[in-house]
Design a binder for this molecule. Structure first.
Ligand code: GRG
Length: 295
């Protein structure tokens, strides 16, 4: 029986090797921003998005080496978004991944620029992937679209401007999270398929995207549950912040038990989308791990 925590650690090591290579160059005059980027990048995230890139690439017969630049790129974009999300002009959080947030350590302006620089690095890194030119082009377009106004930034805009109100249909909340959290998760699965040489129209790509859309939504529901009844020490960030900020969450629509049931249903649908493929155990275990996580 595979151990998902061990698999996550193994893939995390692979992507961290790639990230270290990307940050091997130094320059005394810009060490401040390089340090700020590395501070958040190597702060011990779960590396779920790189795992999806690597494991979908493996599942569909690709080489891990082809997936690593995409895995590093998506983690850079994710980290960039965390730095920006924590800024005083957004969520104004002091704790992330169990450590003081980037702006607390490096100051507002430097943190803002560190997030920007990570974003640029992501595209530079994706562009060097050893896949076909069409593959690189599709990957870069997918990364930009998933992070941009119709993707994560769109979700964040909906979030900070309170687009979802107490009386909004739940579909609107799902839309917000499909963008804010879901878009990068979906993109990770897609990048794994691209690294394996698959086209968008391939039924395996469609299955991977369906899996990712379902775990993405389940992931957010669990996040909302943890914000109500999680353990701050395990989460590495304060709980109760959604309520404090008056945010509408899945817990505004569901009881904790109903929310867990909904997350379980989505997880089952994710697993069944990929169950026909031989070797899907790692991704099955990941979906279950995310459902049962406590951080
Ligand atoms: C920089 C392109 C760009 C956009 C910034 C601030 C912003 C726009 C978007 C916010 C996006 C955001 C923070 C979404 C929440 C995603 C989420 C659930 C983060 C936690 O992910 P985990 O649990 O974290 O995978 P770790 O720390 O394990 O990596």
């Amino acid at each position: 029986m595979l151990d998902v925590k061990k698999l996550l650690l193994e893939d995390a090591r692979l992507v961290e090797g790639m990230l270290e290579e990307c940050y091997a160059d130094s320059d005394e005059d810009i060490s401040l921003i390089l340090d700020a980027e590395k501070y958040s990048l190597f702060a011990g995230g779960k590396r779920i998005r790189p795992f999806l890139v690597i494991e979908f690439c493996r599942l569909f017969g690709g080489r891990v080496e082809s997936a690593l630049p995409f895995a590093a790129a998506i983690e850079m974009i994710h980290t960039s978004s965390l730095i920006h999300d924590d800024l005083p002009c957004m969520d104004d959080d002091d704790l992330r991944r169990g450590r003081p947030t980037n702006h607390v350590v490096f100051g507002y302006a430097n943190a803002l620029l560190a997030g920007d620089a990570l974003l640029m690095r992501a595209f530079e890194t994706a562009a060097i992937a050893e896949v076909s030119s069409d593959g690189v082009r599709s990957a870069v377009a997918a990364l930009a679209a998933s992070a941009g106004d119709f993707g994560m930034i769109g979700g964040q805009i909906m979030d900070i401007n309170n687009a979802v109100r107490e009386d909004s249909p739940i579909e609107k909340l799902k839309k917000l999270h499909a963008k804010k959290t879901g878009a990068l998760i979906r993109c990770s699965a897609l990048l794994g398929c691209i690294a394996a040489g698959l086209e968008w129209s391939d039924e395996r790509t469609q299955a991977a995207v369906k899996y990712a859309e379902n775990i993405g939504l389940a992931f957010q529901i669990i996040d909302d549950i943890l914000d109500v009844c999680g353990d701050e020490a395990k989460l590495g960030k304060p709980i109760g912040s959604d309520k404090e900020q008056g945010k509408v969450t899945f817990i505004s629509y569901y009881s904790i038990d109903e929310a867990r049931c909904e997350a379980k249903k989505l997880t089952d649908e994710a697993i069944s989308a990929i169950s026909a493929f031989e070797g899907a155990e790692a991704l099955t275990l990941l979906a279950e791990y995310l459902l049962n996580r406590d951080h």
